[in-house]
Design a protein around this ligand. Structure first.
Ligand code: SAT
Ligand code: MN
Length: 591
């Protein structure tokens, strides 16, 4: 394509031009700016964001290309209560989603958007979810009045002309409209219209509410498309395990938000694992489709990381530290007088003084946290030293194992393998996890979060389970399915497994099981490692006894767990596939 002047459309796509025209007449911006994704455009927009006080330029010697943003304190996380699936019928959204009639929601939101961009610029952000030239990739167009959103989308997706080229003259693109309005929680709606491949988000300017490619398109709308087209859109990281012999095994793993997906995806093996290497394909989302060779193939639709900052340091995640050392936008961390950033759990001493995430003076004696617990970094995946070369492969990577993990203080052992696909789907479907700061609301309560998709499944959760079960017919060599829990605690309240890099040991066992290289022990829950097959070498002060403890299965705890699982099953009862009810019966009999 020949370059157009900054801000001009670089397309003749009739449906795209017509829709942008329609939305322009609705929102009445002073100016429409089409993004092409160039470096020059980035510089112009960044400069403007700094002049308008939306971004603060950080110390460029310490953090080249890095900027700082504070969101409105009422707008710091996804809000599930304001998130709607506006499918034609309420049953299609199912009992786990908020539903509103599409016509009614369109009326309400178009009403709010009418003239909402007066005095502002509407940015047209074309973006591609997935590698260029991949049959699995999808195009979205986000119209937004937030320059912060544009700059984040530029990192998180393949943004600009690359998307327009992929689209050509097709009408097959996601229509996303985002109006900040006055960032008022009373008028905050994140509405999805699966039958129209459309998203409208108003009243927020933060993260998953407004970076429409991420949770809205890649998961909620994506899951609907996946059901229709025969693939899976999942809240999963994708990583590759390379052995010293050069064998590469790819696994996908579902964990709820803020449970360490980014850390796991960027893991650095402990010293004992010489020659082993973990490659990151993605840290949050996987789109998976059966390939011609009978295996399941995955792409990461994203191009960057929107990762949790607090707790990240050179020990917990050196690759993330490296990734966010340049060309990164920091949101809601603390700002030091020398233009550096700080957060709880960063390496080194806390600064003597700083401005906290709200912009208030902060010292180590302050009672308030310096960084918001859901503060984030937005960094391009290119910055990750462990980025898998396959991350740009249009065919994706073959998945040998799928892992389901929650944040559970009790009952769930460190690792076990399910007996077969249907059992694996049951384990995914009944996953529980303690709530985190990634979503507004109470933190630390166990809730059922099937496949970590509770806030992200765009259709009826019962139908979603059925879709998972049906997928088995189309995958000749299905991935093995595992359960993990890094967060089990003992009676003293201490974690029973060190986690982080040591999770490599669990991964190694999983890889060996995927390749059918080692045996395992049968238990009522599934297959667990035999002591001789689980490598604890080089772990200081960690005994086989402690491993037995973290793997232990307490029948009384599990009887309670099975009853807790009913909370979700009863809610979904009319839609629940019978296979899952039988799995529950089998589990109870084994216990
Ligand atoms: O705010 S986001 O939805 O992008 C982060 C998350 O919840 O995983
Ligand atoms: Mn996520």
């Amino acid at each position: 394509m020949t370059p157009s002047p900054p801000g001009q459309p670089n397309t003749h796509n009739p449906s795209l031009l017509a829709w942008v025209g329609e939305m322009t007449r609705l929102c009445k911006p002073d100016r429409v700016f089409w993004c092409c994704g160039s470096e020059m455009e980035k510089n112009i927009l960044t400069q403007e964001a700094v002049e308008r006080g939306i971004l603060i330029k950080l110390n460029q010697e310490k953090l080249p290309g890095c900027y700082y943003h504070r969101s409105n304190p009422n707008d710091v996380a996804r809000v599930e209560a304001c998130t709607y699936i506006c499918s034609t019928s309420e049953e299609d959204a199912g009992p786990t989603n908020n539903w509103a009639a599409p016509a009614e929601m369109y009326r309400k939101l178009y009403g709010l958007c009418d003239g909402a961009m007066k005095g502002r610029t509407m940015y047209v952000v074309p973006y591609l979810m997935g590698p260029a030239n991949s049959p699995m990739s999808k195009v979205g167009i986000e119209l937004t009045d937030s320059i912060y959103v544009v700059l984040n989308m530029r990192i998180m997706t393949r943004m600009g002309n690359v998307a327009l080229e992929h689209l050509g003259d097709s009408n097959d693109f996601n229509r996303g409209l985002h109006c900040m309005l006055d960032v008022n929680p009373e008028r905050r709606y994140i509405a999805h219209f699966p039958q129209d491949n459309t998203i409208i988000s108003v009243g927020s300017a933060y993260g998953g509410n407004v970076l429409l490619g991420k949770k809205c398109l890649a998961l909620r709308i994506g899951s609907c498309l996946g059901e229709k087209e025969g693939w899976l859109a999942e809240h999963m990281l994708i990583l590759g395990v390379e052995s010293p012999a050069g064998e590469k095994t790819f696994v996908a793993a579902a964990f709820p938000s803020s449970c360490g997906k980014t850390n796991f995806a960027m893991l650095i093996p402990p010293e004992h694992f010489k020659g082993w290497k973990i490659w990151t394909v993605g840290d949050d989302i996987a789109w998976m489709r059966p390939g011609a060779d009978g295996r399941l193939y995955a792409i990461n639709p994203e191009a960057g990381y929107f990762g949790v900052v607090p707790g990240t340091n050179r020990k917990s995640n050196p690759n993330a530290m490296e990734a966010m050392s340049r060309d990164t936008i920091y949101t809601n961390v603390a700002l030091t007088p020398d233009g550096d950033v700080w957060w709880e759990g960063k390496d080194g001493e806390p600064p003597k003084e700083a401005l906290d995430w709200k912009g208030n003076p902060w010292t180590p004696a302050s009672k308030e946290k310096a960084a918001h617990p859901n503060s984030r970094f937005t960094a391009p995946m290119r910055n990750n030293p462990a980025l898998a070369p396959e991350a740009d492969d249009p065919s994706g990577v073959p998945i040998s194992g799928i892992i389901f993990g929650g944040r559970r203080a009790s009952a769930v052992p460190l690792v076990y393998q399910t007996f077969y696909w249907i059992h694996g789907v049951y384990i995914g479907a009944t996953m529980g996890s303690e709530t985190t700061a990634a979503a507004a609301g109470t933190v630390g309560q166990v809730r059922r979060d099937p496949m970590a998709m509770l806030p992200f499944c765009g259709y009826n959760m019962g139908d979603y389970f059925t879709h998972w079960l049906k997928m088995r017919k189309h995958i000749k060599y299905p991935p093995k399915i595992f359960s993990v829990n890094w967060f089990r605690k003992n009676e003293q309240g201490n974690f029973m497994w060190p986690g982080f890099g040591e999770n490599m040991r669990v991964l190694k066992w999983i890889v060996d099981r995927c390749h059918g290289r080692i045996g395992a022990q049968e238990t009522p829950l599934g297959w667990v490692p035999r002591a001789e097959n689980f490598d604890l070498t080089g772990m200081k002060n960690y005994t086989h006894d402690m491993f037995e403890q973290v793997q232990s299965i307490d029948m009384n705890e599990w009887k309670k767990e099975v009853i807790l699982q009913d909370e979700l099953f009863i809610k979904l009862y009319p839609y629940l596939p019978k296979e899952l009810i039988f799995q529950r019966e089998l589990l109870i009999s084994r216990l």
